[in-house]
Design a binder for this molecule. Sequence first.
Ligand code: PLP
Length: 377
Amino acid sequence: MKVEFYKHNIWIIDVFNLLKVLKGIFLTTWKTVDKFERKLSLYTWNKYSIWMKSCTIALFLSLKYFNIWKWDEVITTPLSFVSTANSIEHTWAKPVFVDVDKKTWNIDLKKIEWKITSKTKAIIVVHLYWQMVDIVKLKWITDKYNIKIIEDSAHCVEWENNWIRPWNISNCACFSFSTIKNITSWEWGAISTNDKSMSDWLKKARLHWISKSAAQRYGLTYEHYDMEFLWYKSNMTNIDASLLLNQIDNIDKLLLKRERISQKYNDWFKNNENIGYPDVLLNWVHARHLYTILIKDSWLRDTYIYKLQKAWIWVAVNFRTIHLMSYYKKKYSYKRGDFPNAEFYWDATISIPLYPKLRNSEINYIIKIINSINYAT
Ligand SMILES: Cc1ncc(COP(=O)(O)O)c(C=O)c1O
């Protein structure tokens, strides 16, 4: 049986929403985008949501809004997708890595203060695996040093902890709706914030920093536009937003399905002594974007990958550590051993299929294959 690593949640209703947009005049940024932004704000309990071309651009523009520039430093984790650190590099600032915590596999809050200097202007935390970073604790630290918190929430729109959604107390959160995310319109991203001036700035920044978009200029009263800064084009379109309207309405139902599958995996893997997990904190709702397992004998991780692929089950490794990518190794002289915990999870983990369209027969098949892997064969 072949099991895909991911399937999206686009249904016939999304196709109807898309057709409605195609029948209209404005294919680019207008009412459908506005509608999705309102829905996202309602869901994230933040006042403002701003559509962006991608989460990477969202991270980059958030840093630019906070005037991050050459000679500044931005703290982040080495265990993430490269775009987290790349967004910092693009501002000319220096990404400063802090190793991950052995329990949660996310950035180790206890080690952050060791890396803060007079040049530290912001921190990008990434909510990965089964955890969100404890933003309340983090804010205690960053407030002391007047450091901005930007959340890389590419993997989680759904997080909640004791009535706090993390981005309610940070400066902003950046989401991704790229192909394999919990809700997707093939690419694109967004920023969520409670800061009105940030929202106003970003709405201009995403379209050459011009003061009126095409939709705002269209109609009975033509409004002229101005441009104050030289900027990029990174707005998203009605076409893309149309695919997300139904998904955001159903995001909690989709999450429930992910929860059920994760629970079933937990139940069936709990007696498998070869496998470990990150700690799951009580009372936290998490997005269940990835189901990542740790192969305790890390040198056998690739044996697992090979055997799963031989059984036609597609898997992934999330993530290869950023500091050991050729670009970062060369530029900052990083080497193996610099961030041992992150390197350990890169060496020892595998993400297995987890998505609402996964059928029971496929789940049972994955469980059967993983539990039957025997190193000797
Ligand atoms: C943790 C993390 N951050 C950022 C991104 C970038 O998202 P995008 O592809 O929307 O730029 C990704 C993409 O997979 C990711 O996994």
